[in-house]
Design a protein around this ligand. Structure first.
Ligand code: FES
Length: 212
């Protein structure tokens, strides 16, 4: 289980999980008074902005490294109405869903590795940059029927030495948000070698991919 840093304020407590951070920069760019770079001591100051603004910022943190607890109890983050998986250009799969990743606590936002290089699998740790992972986030749209339900639990099973098996209502989207596929089951490549990205095509066997 990873270490989560806690920063308690008057109206909101902010949690930061450094192992999940992919350095998207949303926090330091949006609320630099709260998420302060190059300071001595605690770098997160929850009382330097409204709880509403901090909540909105956390909802935009793709990796889920930033989460929060509002002290007014009816204002906690809720799962989305539509479970989304965005395929990020040269990067991970960004989930926004009522998410149950095997061996992990319940999540709403998470970035899962799709290049195979992360040392923190199934989560992305930014190693795709070092690994020179090159893969578009734009793919052909699959013909799918509209689904009556878009929400509910989305379970991700980590197949050994193989893909992420996702089961539940989901929309797979391009990195720019174009809907590619509405489905209830998808095996998503996490070795980086599939010729049918973002889906697994069995190439993990040929490259000897291991998940450790
Ligand atoms: S996990 Fe990449 S091809 Fe199967």
């Amino acid at each position: 289980m990873s270490t989560i840093d806690e920063y308690q304020g008057k109206e909101v407590t902010i949690y930061f999980n450094p192992e999940k951070c992919i350095h998207a920069g949303v926090c330091v760019q949006t609320l630099p008074n709260v998420f302060r770079v190059n300071v001595k001591g605690p770098w997160i100051a929850p009382d330097n902005a409204d709880a509403e603004d901090i909540s909105a910022l956390a909802h935009n943190c793709p990796s889920g490294a930033i989460t929060y607890k509002r002290h007014d109890k009816d204002k906690q983050e809720l799962p989305p109405f539509v479970n989304l998986i965005k395929v990020l250009e040269n990067g991970p799969l960004a989930f926004l869903a009522d998410l149950e990743v095997e061996n992990s606590e319940p999540l709403i936002r998470a970035t899962l590795c799709r290049c195979g290089a992360s040392k923190n699998k199934p989560f992305c740790d930014g190693k795709h940059n070092e690994a020179g992972f090159y893969a578009t986030g734009e793919y052909d749209i699959t013909e799918t029927k509209p689904m009556p339900q878009h929400a509910g639990k989305l379970a991700v099973t980590l197949l050994k030495d193989g893909p992420l098996l996702c089961k539940g209502n989901m929309e797979v989207c391009s990195g720019t948000g174009k809907r590619l596929n509405s489905t209830k089951e998808a095996a998503l490549c996490r070795c980086g070698a599939s010729k049918d990205k973002p889906y697994c095509d069995g190439s993990h066997v040929g490259i000897g991919f291991t998940t450790g």
